[in-house]
Ligand binder design. Structure first.
Ligand code: C2E
Ligand code: CA
Ligand code: CA
Length: 655
């Protein structure tokens, strides 16, 4: 700021002394030139009149003048040097002129010239002093040597001198006034410029402040964005981006100091059920409580993050003892397992944890997270509320899983999926009462695959929805064909997976099929697992009721393996129970199973539900079941699942 001020002012500013010096300097310059011209003309005249002696004096004076002019033009500094020398030289010349060349006019003219220029150059005081000095010199000379100077000439000279003095005085006064005015103007200008500068400085300062303010605002916005980008809105925990970044740094650090890290991957086991049955707002609250509980029970140096959904990760640094990781995981499982009170709901959350260790399981963010994820997956598979450390085979399983899923997708496109049918018969009358549609995969390399080879993998991804729809399509096309061939089966059972039941499009899909086939409504039976019906009771009831309204019948598959409560069962709009094969296997003989089958059959009878025994392989089993009152059977004793065209033969036999 100061620099700016200086630059602006210096252009206008010079002092009073500088003014004076400048004008005197210019005066001296012009005086010398005039004297030079005057003396020059005089010298020429003298030379013409052949007065060479005096002309030569003048010549010296001329060259001196030239030299002075030269010096003055070179630099202003020389003014001070020339100022005293010039009058001395001039006086000396006058003295010489008067004594050596006593022509009256010339003497007089010289006299005047010197005096006038003394006034001009030196000012009034110096002019008077020089005049007095010259007068004294002349009078002195007059007195010593008779120069025959008359009084008249002298008086005239003095009068001229006085007039000259007054004129010079006036001139000086005018000069001074002008200078003062110039100086005033200069000062005013300077003042104005200063004010202007001050004003501008203020404006600059203000805009500077504004700039600073908006810069601050921008910074605040940037901070907010940064927060949004790095934190999860719901729980306030770091998000995936932040966590990955942190993990990367920690890996670098751990590598330098040769330490280990542990990554814990959390996945809530029953979050989906909570969300589906109680709504998202409760689900959100659960996530918040989980985040809070975890945060409260870890060290400050540990990093807890929410990756999304019900997935959380925890990074443990500075690990000396790997056993500690297991302890921590166990402790966190217990803490999360405690009851949560959310809006009058008493909720229990269980969690599966997968653990991966740096550098044992991986050396970069991606592989460590992948390993922790696989470990979590394996913990989940083994049952809920567990933690698993990562083992190498897990990735192989994961790779297999992915490749199988890919070939399933291809299989769907290439129509590699086929449906086998297993007859269900009434053992009392030996008639066909229905059949179950069972999926097979005609794999190009592995041959015919039964569902247990691929269905659980399909169920862990969304592909099960497409496969399920495919089964329904195949079955309905088959029914249309059978109808054309003059065969109409009493009822076909189709298995539905849990994911299909949760899928919104299911009801309309069934509706479309019923429209397409124009069959009696009860030709289609849908089999759902007991687990689904019980775990998602609220939702299950709604979906099942809608399906029932379409006219299809419903059966609970693998009955006995779940933990159905009788009161729940009563509320379900189902028509049939299918006793799981595992209870049939050891009857007769196994008393426990016998009692269980007995209980199931009598319960079904009391509730007016149909009952089917699955996996009947022996005559003894048949006899026992008939004795118990269960006469609808499905099993190898009668028929194995078979291709559609073979069914026609059986139909003709059984009809
Ligand atoms: P599930 O619904 O319990 O089907 C009965 C299974 O028992 C069938 O196995 C059938 O072949 C077998 N089975 C029937 N009678 C006997 C017998 O006397 N002895 C023995 N050892 N086994 C018998 P499969 O066809 O291998 O199907 C296995 C499971 O795959 C099915 O169990 C069902 O849960 C699932 N599944 C089959 N098809 C589909 C489908 O289209 N969609 C879905 N979501 N699941 C399907
Ligand atoms: Ca079934
Ligand atoms: Ca079954």
């Amino acid at each position: 700021m100061l620099n700016l001020e200086n630059i602006l002012v210096s252009g206008y500013h010079f002092t009073r002394d500088q003014y004076e010096l400048k004008s005197k300097f210019m005066l001296m310059n012009s005086a010398l030139v005039i004297i030079f011209l005057f003396v020059g003309t005089l010298t020429i005249l003298l030379s013409v009149r052949e007065e060479y002696v005096f002309a030569s004096y003048n010549g010296i004076y001329l060259s001196l003048d030239l030299f002075f002019i030269y010096l003055l033009r070179r630099s202003q500094e020389n003014y001070k040097l020339i100022l005293p020398i010039f009058p001395i030289v001039s006086i000396a010349l006058v003295a010489v002129a008067i004594t050596k060349y006593p022509t009256e006019q010339i003497r007089f003219t010289w006299f005047l010239v010197i005096i006038i220029f003394s006034f001009f150059l030196g000012g009034r005081k110096l002019g008077l002093a020089i005049t007095a000095l010259i007068l004294c010199t002349i009078l002195g000379l007059e007195y010593i040597v008779d120069t025959s100077l008359d009084t008249y000439t002298l008086t005239l000279a003095i009068v001229i001198l006085l007039i000259g003095t007054t004129v010079v005085n006036l001139y000086e006064q005018r000069e001074l006034d002008t200078r003062q005015k110039l100086y005033d103007i200069n000062s005013k200008l300077e003042e104005k410029v200063k004010k202007e500068i001050q004003k501008r400085i203020l404006v600059y300062q203000k805009s500077n402040l504004e700039l600073l303010d908006s810069a601050n605002k921008l910074q605040r916005q940037k901070d907010a964005f940064e927060h949004l980008a790095h934190y999860d809105m719901l729980t306030g925990l770091p998000n995936r981006i932040f966590f990955n970044d942190r993990l990367k740094h920690s890996i670098d650090k751990a590598q330098r100091v040769n330490k280990k890290l542990a990554i814990l991957f959390f996945d809530l086991d029953n979050f989906k059920e909570i969300n589906d049955s109680l709504g998202h707002h409760i689900g959100d609250e659960v996530l918040k409580v989980v985040a809070k509980r975890l945060q409260k029970n870890i060290r400050q140096s540990d990093t807890l993050a929410r990756l999304g959904g019900d997935e959380f990760t925890l990074l443990l640094e500075d690990l000396n003892d790997m056993y500690k990781v297991g302890e921590i995981a166990q402790k966190l499982i217990q803490i999360l397992g405690k009851v949560m009170l959310i809006k009058q709901h008493e909720l229990y959350v269980s969690v599966s944890i997968g653990v991966s260790i740096y550098p044992v399981d991986g050396e970069d963010v991606e592989s460590l997270l992948k390993c922790a994820d696989s470990a979590m997956y394996s913990a989940k598979k083994e049952g809920n509320n567990l933690f698993h450390f990562y083992k190498h085979e897990m990735t192989e399983q994961a790779i297999e899983r992915v490749s199988l899923e890919t070939s399933m997708r291809q299989g769907l496109q290439r129509n590699e999926f086929v449906v086998y049918y297993q007859p269900i018969i009434d053992a009392n009358t030996n008639t066909l009462v229905g059949m179950e549609a069972l999926l097979r995969w005609q794999h190009p390399k592995l041959g015919l695959l039964s569902p247990d080879k691929f269905i659980h993998i399909a169920e862990s991804s969304s592909i099960i929805i497409e496969i399920g729809e495919k089964v329904l399509d195949i079955v309905s096309d088959q029914l249309i064909l059978w109808e054309k061939q003059g065969f109409s089966p009493p009822c076909v059972s189709v298995n539905l997976s849990v994911k299909q039941l949760r899928h919104k499009g299911l009801v309309s899909k069934i509706e479309n099929i019923l429209d397409k086939t124009h069959f009696k409504k009860d030709w289609l039976q849908l089999e759902i697992t007991e687990g689904y019906a019980m775990q998602q009771f609220g939702q299950a009831i709604m979906v099942l009721k809608r399906l029932r309204r379409l006219g299809v019948t419903l059966a609970i598959d693998d009955f006995g393996t779940g933990y159905s409560s009788l009161s729940y069962l009563k509320k379900l709009p189902v028509n049939r129970l299918k006793i799981d094969k595992t209870f049939i296997n050891d009857i007769p003989g196994d008393q426990e199973d016998e009692a269980l089958v007995h209980a199931i059959v009598s319960m079904a009878q009391s509730m007016h539900l149909g009952i089917v025994a699955e996996g009947v392989e022996t005559k003894e089993q048949e006899v026992f079941l008939l004795g118990m009152g269960c006469h609808i059977m499905q099993g190898y004793l009668y028929y194995k699942p078979m291709e559609a065209d073979k069914i026609l033969v059986i139909f003709n036999n059984l009809k």
